[in-house]
Design a protein around this ligand. Structure first.
Ligand SMILES: CC(C)(COP(=O)(O)OP(=O)(O)OC[C@H]1O[C@@H](n2cnc3c(N)ncnc32)[C@H](O)[C@@H]1OP(=O)(O)O)[C@@H](O)C(=O)NCCC(=O)NCCS
Length: 167
């Protein structure tokens, strides 16, 4: 029996979105975007670092969600993932290359999935994948964008410092 048929309380929206329970976790293909096109390279992690419902205050002049809002959440989601790997003070160095392939609409539930790409000497790189569950089309999920965010660990002098303590 589907959860929305089981008579649980709460808003109907809650039950139309992507599966949240462990038994119903979805696995989605990851699409890697480059100048050469888009190719599937793996699967979406089961749990996002962040999920947000975006509001009218987040829109651009056309009424869809402003790209800068999504970029901000990408940075936050990536920082959450980076924090799992280092407790050093980190700053955002680069965001490689966020190409928006679908819009986000007011009320969509937007999920930010993260994974560690690499740990360098002073930098740590996190990939973020963004998907939107459509409020207007229950059960429909769109891939919005992906990006790699590079953080650099800095010391008291604000210069790069090793991610791992060197011995
Ligand atoms: C972060 C900062 C201290 C780094 O200084 P820097 O002189 O560029 O440092 P380095 O050249 O030694 O590079 C540091 C690391 O970043 C990596 N890096 C530098 N530029 C990069 C880029 N464009 N893309 C990916 N990685 C990059 C280097 O490869 C190195 O990684 P590694 O040590 O793991 O090999 C400095 O650029 C800075 O303060 N930037 C502002 C950060 C900030 O305020 N962010 C928020 C913006 S509002």
């Amino acid at each position: 029996m589907r959860r929305n048929e089981a008579g649980h309380g709460g808003s109907p929206l809650r039950f139309r979105l992507a599966p949240l329970t462990p038994s119903k976790r979805a696995v989605y293909p990851v699409w890697h975007m480059s100048k050469d096109g888009i190719s599937a390279v793996g699967n979406t992690p089961a749990e996002p670092a962040i999920r947000v419902v975006l509001m009218p205050k987040d829109t651009n002049a056309h009424g869809t969600i402003f790209g800068g809002v999504i970029l901000s959440y990408i940075d936050i989601a990536a920082a959450i993932e980076a924090r799992k790997h280092t407790l050093k003070k980190i700053v955002t160095k680069a965001m490689h290359e966020a190409v928006f392939v679908a819009p986000v609409f007011v009320g969509d539930l937007v999920s930010f999935y993260t994974e560690l790409v690499r740990i360098g000497r002073t930098s740590i790189t996190i990939r973020v994948l963004v998907e939107a569950d459509r409020i207007a089309h229950p059960g429909e999920r769109a891939r919005v964008t992906e990006a790699e965010v590079v953080y650099v660990a800095i010391g008291e002098d604000r210069r790069p410092t090793p991610i791992r303590d060197e011995v």
